[in-house]
Design a protein around this ligand. Sequence first.
Ligand code: ADP
Ligand code: MG
Length: 327
Amino acid sequence: MIIEVKKLEKEFGTLRAVNNISFNVKEGEIFGLLGPNGAGKTTTVKMLTTLVKPTKGTATVAGYDIIKDSNNVRKSIGIVFQDPSLDDELTGRENLEFHAILYNIGKKERKKRIQEAFKLVELEDKADVLVKNYSGGMKRRLEIGRGLLHEPKVLFLDEPTVGLDPQTRRHIWDYIQKLSKEKKVTLILTTHYIEEADYLCNRVAFIDHGKIVALDTPKVLKDKLGGDVVSLQINSGIERLKSEFRKKKYVKTISNRDGFLELTVDEGEKKIPEIMATAQKLGIEVSSVNLHKPSLEDVYIYYTGKTIRDEGGEGWKGMMRSRMRQR
Ligand SMILES: Nc1ncnc2c1ncn2[C@@H]1O[C@H](COP(=O)(O)OP(=O)(O)O)[C@@H](O)[C@H]1O
Ligand SMILES: [Mg+2]
């Protein structure tokens, strides 16, 4: 295990920002911490990167204790922060040179690694342009390249695509995957984008109010929820149909919103005829049917009772989760 986290906690006054978390990360993994703003992701990263001292617990990174052996931890890691930390008045190359000098990388080696970094993040033709003329996506790529210059074993990426447009975000995802494959570096990333965690991470920990509420591969998390979601669009009679479905043993959960009735059932594709017949028998018209596997978002809602976007709102999805739990 390249990272072992043991009962880590961080308190700020009376606030427990990180609450007794434990997890391990395997070498070469892309490991994600997924949670809403304020969940404790950055604080966790700061503790693992020795920037913040834990209140309780400990961790090892690349075999070194974050408290007793912080110098060696620092030598083994790279960090790309949530907030940009480039010098706008310098060129891309100058920014990387500055970083390489900080890490005592000799002149010849420096030149070679900087060239490699520009190649990896495809900024070779922008190397000598002032960073203030870079786009947001280019800056993020430069930071990723910079984070790799001293060849760390572990690279931390705190919200690597926050503030970028969806197209640029996709682009950054490709670089992250590419460097995971080509550099064999272990990646720890934090995000509040569910699709990002789903797309990139080998394993993901859901973090909510400083606690890990679930941890596994996105696939296993989705499979655990089980079954299929059948979504029916209905203009009228939704309540009548709901109470009818409550009597059916094969329906695991029921919820409705905005004229859609959602049922969780096993082998959804086989149950659709029966579901349609039930509606027809009651004279209720179904104007569309959709069948999908639970998404990572469905799983997130199940564990936290809310969507990641509307923090605090126990909306219809929260209700769905409590119903699932009751069963
Ligand atoms: N230096 C600090 N002093 C006081 N409270 C802090 C400090 N840093 C973070 N917090 C609080 O700790 C909680 C977790 O913050 P953070 O780790 O930044 O969450 P995330 O990165 O998941 O958005 C938040 O409530 C935040 O306001
Ligand atoms: Mg953060």
